[in-house]
Ligand binder design. Structure first.
Ligand SMILES: [Ca+2]
Length: 358
């Protein structure tokens, strides 16, 4: 089942302390996803080399999107979390002592149509994170809770506002740091160009009492302290820039300041003058793209060459997402020219935020 014509997806590695062995579990499939199996491989080092053991259907049933979860009991019991029965039922099954096989099913969320699972245990409560099924397109990812892996599981709740579709991402893994937050690690799939897909990592904070993604484009983590810091930047509204050609100001309450600049590209452009510190600085572009496909914008800094920035579709012309890009800015004023010299339409630009954090 391991070949250039087959599929290995969603690998996860856990350490079996009793055997001093790293055990990798992954979705093992044929190119048409018809096999629906899990694969197992082992190594003495987390970075490998891994020795492939086998691929199989756990307890004879389908397994597609999957993860593994290692509990904090003395035996460090581990579990397979998997979309089963043609992605209709979501299952949790216990692994054997060696983490080589599945021994018994402990829970099933019947008819839940969940994919992309992850799990953390916080203050004795199990949190299951997952998406629903919408192919490579993003959807609002959910969480479920239970005080036992056998359930009962709570009804689903959102980890982000539904309209932003998990900030155009799908859960890949959730790394527990401490009870106040976990790292949400999502895939930002690019359906028409899968090899160009990227990752999105956000703090997943319990500050409201329930796990919610913190939309932080630029943030840092202090592992020793168990804290994270969201960088603050200086906002510049697009509608306050110098608008040229066919670009025009749009009004909608969803935009920052109630306005954005539309019809950028294809003859329209806008110039924003921002303060720099003479460094390579992160700049976030807040935009709306109501298409069903990605757009992009060009940026020229102080008359320099065009830099291309992808703008995933946001799920509506009034739904705002942000993408960060690193630009080299002068100390003092900088002219950022958006969407000049591009023949396609860029997304509607709401505002940009200039950061000084590295
Ligand atoms: Ca605006």
């Amino acid at each position: 089942m391991i070949s250039t014509s087959n599929i290995v997806e969603r690998p996860k590695v856990i350490l079996n302390k009793a055997n001093s062995e790293y055990v990798m579990w992954f979705h093992s499939d044929t190119s048409n996803y018809g096999a629906a199996e899990v694969g197992v491989a082992t190594a003495k080092s987390p970075c490998g080399p891994y020795t492939y053991k086998t691929s199989f259907k756990p307890l004879g049933a389908d397994s597609r999107d999957m993860s593994v979860f290692q509990d904090d009991d003395a035996a460090q019991t581990a579990y397979l979390l998997y979309a089963s029965d043609n992605n209709q039922n979501f299952k949790i099954s216990k692994l054997d002592f060696n983490y080589y096989n599945v021994t018994s099913q402990v829970s099933v969320l019947t008819g839940s149509t969940l994919e992309a699972p992850g799990m953390v245990k916080r203050n004795g409560v199990y949190y299951l994170f997952a998406s629903h099924t919408s192919g490579w397109d993003p959807n609002p990812n959910k969480f479920f809770t239970a005080s036992s892996l056998a359930g009962p599981w709570s009804s689903q709740a959102d980890i982000a506002p539904e309209t932003v579709r998990t900030y155009f991402s799908q859960n890949a893994f959730d790394m527990f740091i401490q009870p106040s937050f976990t790292i949400y690690m999502g895939d930002r799939w690019r359906p028409n160009l899968l090899g160009s897909s990227t990752y999105i990592w956000y703090p997943l904070s319990w500050s409201t009492g329930a796990p919610q993604i913190v939309q932080a484009d630029i943030w840092s983590i202090n592992l020793e302290e168990g804290t994270y810091t969201v960088a603050s930047g200086t906002p510049y509204e697009a509608e306050s820039g110098v608008i040229s050609g066919s670009a025009t100001v749009l009004s909608d309450s969803s935009f920052s300041g109630g306005k954005a600049v539309g019809y950028l590209g294809n003859g329209g452009s806008v110039t924003l003058t921002v303060e720099g510190i003479g460094a390579a600085q992160w700049v976030s572009l807040y935009y709306a793209n109501g298409d069903s496909t990605w757009r992009n914008t060009t940026i020229s800094v102080n008359g320099g060459p065009s830099i291309l920035v992808d703008q995933p579709n946001t799920g509506g012309g009034n739904v705002i997402l942000s993408v960060p890009v690193k630009l080299t800015l002068r100390d003092g004023p900088n002219a950022l020219l958006f969407s000049a010299n591009q023949k396609t339409y860029a997304a509607d630009l709401d505002k940009i935020v200039v950061y000084t954090a590295v």
